[in-house]
Design a protein around this ligand. Structure first.
Ligand code: TYD
Length: 196
């Protein structure tokens, strides 16, 4: 059985990280050697990208791509060593956030993603989909969420859904409003099938 590359995508509060970690552990129980990872990946770039810095969209795009280029080198290395890689966010996040939501030309983002990843693509992308208000409320229960922010995340959500339609053979869309056990069941059915 070859090493596989899985990614998890979705808006904030969809439960990506929880399920990605769960899948990594489940795979390990089956004796699969796994590397669980996430983006933004490089600690320095992560600090800049997730900090308070007021970046223009072009600057943000290039930093996410620089991070992905470095990260992909490590992912490819892990795959070559026979490790299955489970990654919380990858190239599709750049399409959804910097492309669909922040309005950078999609074809341009696609080309830059290909450049940054040297064409490496996950065998399966799990898209955890749920209404924006639900996701954001899960994340920051007590804060009020502005209309502008909701509109932004709607564009992210719809961007992911559009990409899932564009590449139905790679994406599996999961309704993230379902109970965790149900999601785990659906997820494992699919992963186990891919593992053969
Ligand atoms: P993070 O704190 O990792 O949390 P989560 O993945 O649970 O949302 O935040 C990552 C943030 O970076 C998130 O708001 C999405 C954003 N992002 C992009 O805008 N473009 C990208 O290419 C990536 C990887 C992330």
């Amino acid at each position: 059985m070859g090493a596989l590359f899985f990614t998890f995508e979705g808006i904030e509060g969809a439960g990506k990280s929880t399920l990605a970690r769960w899948l990594s552990q489940r795979l390990q129980q089956e004796g699969v050697s796994v590397w669980f990872t996430y983006e933004p990946w490089h600690p320095c770039l992560r600090e800049v990208l997730l900090g308070q810095s007021d970046l223009r969209r072009e600057e943000e795009l290039l930093l996410f791509l620089a991070d992905r280029a470095i990260h992909t080198r490590h992912i490819s290395q892990a795959l070559a060593e026979g490790k299955t890689v489970v990654c919380d966010r990858y190239a599709d996040s750049t399409l959804a956030y910097q492309g669909y939501a922040r309005g950078i030309d999609l074809e341009w983002v696609r080309q830059l993603n290909r450049f940054a990843t040297a064409g490496l693509q996950p065998v399966r992308t799990y898209l955890l989909d749920l209404p924006v208000e639900m996701g954001l409320q899960r994340q920051r229960e007590r804060n009020r969420i502005g209309a502008e922010e909701i509109a932004f995340h709607e564009r992210v959500r719809n961007g992911f859904l559009a990409e899932a339609q564009r590449e139905p053979q790679r994406y599996l869309v999961l309704d993230a409003t379902q109970p965790l056990e149900e999601l785990q069941k659906l997820l494992w059915q699919d992963t186990a099938r891919l593992l053969g």
